[in-house]
Design a protein around this ligand. Structure first.
Ligand SMILES: [Zn+2]
Length: 363
C-alpha cells in the first residue's frame, strides 16, 4: 500500500509541471502525409497525421484499432490508454508517460489537432506489444498486433527469401503434423540502444540475434510457427516482448542471451526461469531443465544449472513456459572466441531446437 502511495505521489510530482514543460518544448508538430496500415487494413482518417521529433502521432481512434481503449479527460488534459491490466497515462504537451509503475520519457508529446487527441504511434503500440514497420519505398507505416503481416511488399521479401532456400525442406513431414499447430516465440535479447554485454567490438545483441535466426530456420523447417520479438537491430520494450507472446498464445517462449561476469575466468551455460507454484505438464522450470541439460551436453559447456529469477520481466510476464538461455560468457576471452563463430552458433541453435521439440512433445 505504502508503495502505491509513493508511486502515486511521484507521478503527481512529475506531472505537476504539465504547462511549464509544454512551454519549453521547441520541437514542432508537422502535418505528415503517409499511408498507415493496422493489421493489414488501411487506415482512413479525416484528421490526418502529425510528426514531431521524427515520430508519428495519430488520432486516438487509430490507436484504438490496435485493441487498446483510450480514455480522454479534457479537464486535466489527461490520456489513459488501457488494455487488460496495463495502463499508460500521459498528458497533452508532455513527454512523460506513466507506464505501469515506471515513468518513461516518450519520444514525442501527445497533442490536440482540431479537438482530436493525437498520440505517439510507435511508443504506445510497442508498449502494448505491437510491431511497427516503416516501408520507405512506398511511404507506408505498418502496425501489426499479431505479427501476421500480409502486405504485398513484405510478402515479396518473404518469397525472395524462400526461393533462396530449398523449398522441400520447409514442408513438414507427416510425423511432424503435431508441430504444425505449435507457436514458438524467440526473443533475441537486447537490441537498438541496448547492446547488452559488450566485449570490445562485440555486442551481445548481435550474437543473440545471430543464434535466434539460425534457430528460427530450424523450427520453421520442422513446421513450427515462429515469431521473433525482433528480427533486426531495434530496441523492444521488455513488457512489449512478453505481451507479444501472450497475444499470440505461444506455446513456448525462448529468450536468447549471452552472459557477462566480473570474473573473466567464468565460462559455461545457465538457464533462467520464473519460479511458480503452478502444477502444469510443462512449466518454466521443467522447460529450463530440458534446455540446460541439452546445452551442457551439446555444447560441452560448464553447467551453472537452472536458476529461478522472480524479477525478470520476459519470463515473469509471459503466460507460457518461458526461459532465458545464457549461451556463454562474453567476458571470458577464451569463450568469446567460440561464441562469435558460426559453428558454435549453429550448435547452440541446434541444441535449443532439440529442447523446444522435447518440451512441445511434453506439453
Ligand atoms: Zn543479455
Amino acid at each position: 500500500m505504502l508503495k502505491k502511495i509513493i508511486i502515486a505521489f511521484l507521478i503527481f510530482i512529475l506531472f505537476c509541471g504539465v504547462l511549464s514543460v509544454s512551454a519549453n518544448a521547441n520541437s514542432e508538430y508537422i502535418p505528415y502525409n503517409i499511408e498507415l496500415w493496422v493489421d493489414n487494413q488501411k487506415v482512413e482518417t479525416d484528421t490526418g497525421y502529425l510528426v514531431q521529433n521524427g515520430h508519428m502521432l495519430v488520432p486516438a481512434q487509430v490507436i484504438e484499432m490496435t485493441g487498446v481503449s483510450v480514455g480522454w479527460e479534457p479537464d486535466e488534459w489527461k490520456i489513459r490508454i488501457t488494455r487488460d491490466e496495463r495502463t499508460l497515462t500521459m498528458y497533452i504537451a508532455n513527454y512523460q508517460c506513466a507506464n505501469g509503475a515506471k515513468v518513461e520519457r516518450m519520444p514525442a508529446q501527445p497533442t490536440l489537432l482540431q479537438d482530436t487527441v493525437m498520440i505517439p504511434l510507435r511508443y504506445v503500440t510497442e508498449a502494448f506489444g505491437a510491431m511497427v514497420f516503416w516501408n520507405g519505398s512506398a511511404n507506408q507505416v505498418i502496425v501489426s498486433t499479431t505479427g501476421d503481416i500480409q502486405l504485398p511488399w513484405l510478402q515479396e521479401q518473404e518469397n525472395q527469401r524462400d526461393e533462396q532456400q530449398n523449398p522441400e525442406s520447409r514442408q513438414p513431414d507427416e510425423k511432424n503434423e503435431y508441430l504444425k499447430n505449435k507457436i514458438v516465440v524467440l526473443d533475441p535479447g537486447h537490441g537498438g540502444k541496448d547492446p547488452g554485454a559488450v566485449a570490445g567490438k562485440i555486442q551481445e545483441k548481435d550474437l543473440n540475434l545471430q543464434v535466434s535466426e539460425i534457430l528460427k530456420e530450424l523450427l520453421v523447417d520442422a513446421g513450427i510457427t515462429v515469431y521473433m520479438t525482433r528480427s533486426d537491430d531495434r530496441f523492444v520494450d521488455l513488457y512489449g516482448r512478453a505481451a507479444f507472446a501472450n497475444r499470440l498464445k505461444a506455446n513456448l517462449f525462448v529468450s536468447i542471451h549471452h552472459n557477462a561476469s566480473p570474473d573473466t575466468g567464468a565460462q559455461g551455460v545457465m538457464t533462467l526461469y520464473y519460479p511458480t507454484s503452478k502444477e502444469k505438464s510443462m512449466t518454466g522450470k521443467k522447460f529450463a531443465q530440458i534446455v540446460q541439460r541439452n546445452m551442457v551436453e551439446d555444447l560441452k559447456a560448464r553447467d551453472w544449472g537452472i536458476i529461478p529469477r522472480p524479477n525478470l520481466v520476459v519470463t515473469r510476464e509471459t503466460s507460457m513456459p518461458a526461459v532465458i538461455a545464457e549461451l556463454g560468457f562474453m567476458t571470458s576471452s577464451q569463450e568469446l572466441k567460440k561464441l562469435v563463430t558460426y559453428e558454435f552458433q549453429k550448435k547452440a541453435a541446434e541444441s535449443l531446437y532439440r529442447s523446444i521439440i522435447e518440451a512441445l512433445h511434453q506439453q
